[in-house]
Ligand binder design. Structure first.
Ligand code: GAL
Length: 398
């Protein structure tokens, strides 16, 4: 009883505070910049949840997964009666700052943000904090701010570890004896805090084989900074791999055995480079990825990409919804949220791993899955995330 009354009072106080705080922000920021043409903004008004609005800021529609994240999140919050404002910022940092300013000015009650550049939101999030708007850092950790309340993501280190272990197993590296294999790394955007976790997860598994000479990096590029791909851009990954192939694999006999790519957008570029600029067959190169983007799943079916690490963003949206509702109710969720929510997917509560340089951010971390040609149907189609088209290629259902 007591507990209920307290949360009711807290909720009431919070709503009152939010109303005041947001009102001030709205006055200060009214007339802020028009959204750019590339920015998608959707809004709904009347709600069954006390007219509360959730502001969702996604990075870009040009990387496939964020389209799925945006629509799942919108669908989840709207299904519980919240209004949703959803913005995409075309991978432009300044645009995302403006979009978040706009959401604050629009009096949103909760912010869910997947940052383009984890280090560029400190100022705008200070404004969110002043307006008492709780912030969930979605998928990517937002750095250098005390305004982030929680982080929802997948276990990012494990994503990379699964990629590394996949290569280890495919090549049976532990029993390689005198055999050697050539590998090249392609990592993600240095502005994305996840990118280092992915790279380290994979590298930590493979390092002992590189040290032992079983795995050889002909390009010599093994530092994250050297192998990183700004904006996770397919064309940048493609160009870099073309250069690597030209400089190290152009003699018609030096074989590329593995292209360890952190995600699917980079894997796509690397695969294209290998198809066009490499003497051997792309199907003989182990190529890793992450996300289950439609083009990459088609490559999986065709044998051009070997695996992808799939992250069920539908579940990430569900976790974000339940966390969001708790925050909107003025609660301070902890590990108990997981059992209380009755999720049908695994999730760990972690208060140690994600430090944003101001504090360790309490994190809800979901579990990623390895998808290959062999289990694609079971993991992605039977689960309802994708359907197969007439040609047997997966199409996303959301
Ligand atoms: C990461 C995300 C990955 C991948 C990448 C490119 O932050 O965790 O799933 O999509 O961004 O957008």
């Amino acid at each position: 009883m007591k507990k209920k009354l307290l949360s009711f009072l807290l909720a009431t106080t919070m709503v009152a505070t939010l109303a005041t705080g947001c009102g001030e922000a709205a006055t200060a920021d009214t007339g802020a910049d028009e959204p750019a043409a590339t920015t998608e903004t959707t809004e709904e008004t009347t709600t069954a949840s006390g007219d509360q609005t959730v502001g969702i800021a996604m990075p870009t529609q040009s990387l496939e997964r964020w389209n799925r994240d945006g629509s799942y999140l919108k669908e989840q919050f709207e299904s519980k009666g919240y209004a949703v404002e959803l913005t995409y910022s075309d991978n432009k940092i300044d645009q995302q700052v403006k979009d978040i300013e706009g959401l604050i000015a629009d009096d949103v009650d909760l912010l869910v943000i997947a940052a383009i550049d984890g280090e560029s939101l400190s100022q705008v999030l200070a404004d969110a904090k002043d307006a008492n708007i709780p912030v969930i850092s979605y998928d990517r950790l937002i750095m250098n701010t005390d305004a982030v309340s929680y982080y929802v993501s997948f276990d990012n280190y494990t994503v990379g570890k699964l990629q590394g272990e996949f290569v280890e197993k495919q090549l049976d590296l532990a029993n390689a004896g005198d055999k050697t294999y050539n590998i090249e790394f392609t990592a993600g955007d240095p502005a994305d805090n996840n990118a280092g976790f992915f790279f380290n997860g994979a590298y930590d598994v493979l390092k002992k084989y590189i040290d032992a000479g079983t795995l050889v990096v002909q390009s010599g590029q093994t530092d994250f900074d050297k192998v990183a791909t700004p904006q996770w851009a397919t064309d940048k990954a493609l160009n870099r791999m073309q250069n690597i192939l030209a400089s190290n694999y152009s003699d018609g006999k030096t074989k590329l055995d593995v292209a360890l790519c952190s995600n699917d957008s980079t894997a796509l570029g690397v695969t294209q480079a290998i198809e066009s600029d490499y003497w051997g067959d792309v199907k003989d190169v182990i190529i890793t990825g992450q996300d289950g983007d439609v083009a990459n799943l088609a490559n999986l079916v065709d044998g051009k990409q070997t695996m992808t690490v799939y992250k069920a963003v539908a579940n990430e949206a569900v976790a974000t919804l339940d966390l969001g509702i708790a925050l909107l109710n003025g609660e301070t969720p902890d590990e108990g949220l997981i059992s209380a929510s009755g999720w049908n997917f695994d999730c760990a509560y972690d208060t140690e791993s994600y430090d944003n340089n101001v504090a360790k951010i309490p994190s809800y971390l979901l579990v990623p899955t390895v998808v290959t040609k062999d289990n694609l149907e079971k993991e992605l189609v039977d689960t309802g995330y994708y359907t197969l088209d007439a040609n047997g290629y997966p199409q996303a259902t959301n």
